[in-house]
Design a protein around this ligand. Sequence first.
Ligand code: FCB
Length: 445
Amino acid sequence: MARATHSFPDSFLWGTATSGYQVEGQSTNTDFWRWEQLPGRIAQGHKSGRACDWWEGGRWREDFDRAANDGHSAHRLSVEWSRVQPAPDRWDDAALDYYRQMVRGLRERGLTPLVTLHHFVNPLWVADTQRNLWESAEIVLLFAAYVRKVVGALGEFVNLWATINEPNVYMVFGWVNGIFPPGKKSIFAAMRVAANLLRAHAAAYCVIHELQPQALVGLPIHFRPIFPAHPDFWPDRWVAQTQFNLFSSLFPDAVRTGRLRQVLRPSLPIPEAKGTLDYFALNYYSADVTRFDLTNPRELFGRRSFPTDAEPDSSGLYASCPLGFYEALKWARGLRLPIYVTENGIGDETDGLRRRYLVTHLRQLWRAVNFNWNVRGYFHWSLVDNFEWERGWTHRFGLYALDTETQVRTPRPSARLYAEICKSRALSSDVVAQYTPELLETLFP
Ligand code: FCB
């Protein structure tokens, strides 16, 4: 068969994504660390421990070398608030300088940094007052002061910022189903938190632009398309739309309109949030099908499952559904903003599924690029296996496998596959034939 190629523009960014807590290790001054010590919170009692040893052992250097050798042109990482501001009245300049070394280290290796300012984790002092500060509007100025400090220190090397990672997941995991600290189950507290996350994002947006008018600022959304099980049955359509409105599109719609949708209440005006996005940051993993079910009020009377043709991962939590990715990109395009895919990946220790996942998802990404939709970069989650929150080390997302005892990294076949794609800036029939021969006929008929 003649060689065929799906090419991407030269300026397209190819990278991976990580977050501070998940890779740095020993993030002891945080609410998540304290949470990990409680019985039953993390699968199999796992601990983050040294994680990927980026902080004390400085192994970010070797991991950035890997990314550069593999032809990546970008990397997304996050700054841990607890390191930069360990107490309300104390800034740690050495920590800031260390982050500065990291982002400079990316630039020196030819990698464009995208920096997230909050990725699920808080300094203990934010969590340790009578109630978690995200439930109070006080958080807005505190977060803005922290953002000012970080942007002042790293701005020389960073132009792409993400304010708060997945506010929709953070709100649900922390305040609805209690999987993350503070472990609450209160829809009303969750709505207060959603409003404060949005206000804090808006304040951060203003601070970043004041310091760096040319910067691009985003708010990564965990975006799950939700399809009605029976599209011609209106209760299924209603529940799919309601779940979608209160999860995937909640924050993007609020930024578009300046009003935050609420449950059982009229929407809340937050006018300062209107227009505070320079790009849409899309985190896409999988899609859902939902059917109306009166017995499940906790999920707004819907019962979710995976689309029938989706391939579930070993944990059963995510499934490969590339058409959902296309739907997500199509929806994002409607916002008329540049799009960066800031996370996409699958937990797969043996790499049996990841290669197929990568190829089929990049094929959908290429369709979007080929239609001239304004998609500018792709960050695979993740570079190296890292501490996967409540799932501990049971769910492995890395292109590189990590031995947590020895800190040895071993490339999975997907690392080589992704390197070939990054280096050639294309998905070619040769690469598909080599890594996922079973897909060749479908992708390049
Ligand atoms: C996303 C999180 C990220 C990682 C992946 C698997 O929701 O942003 O930290 O846990 O899921």
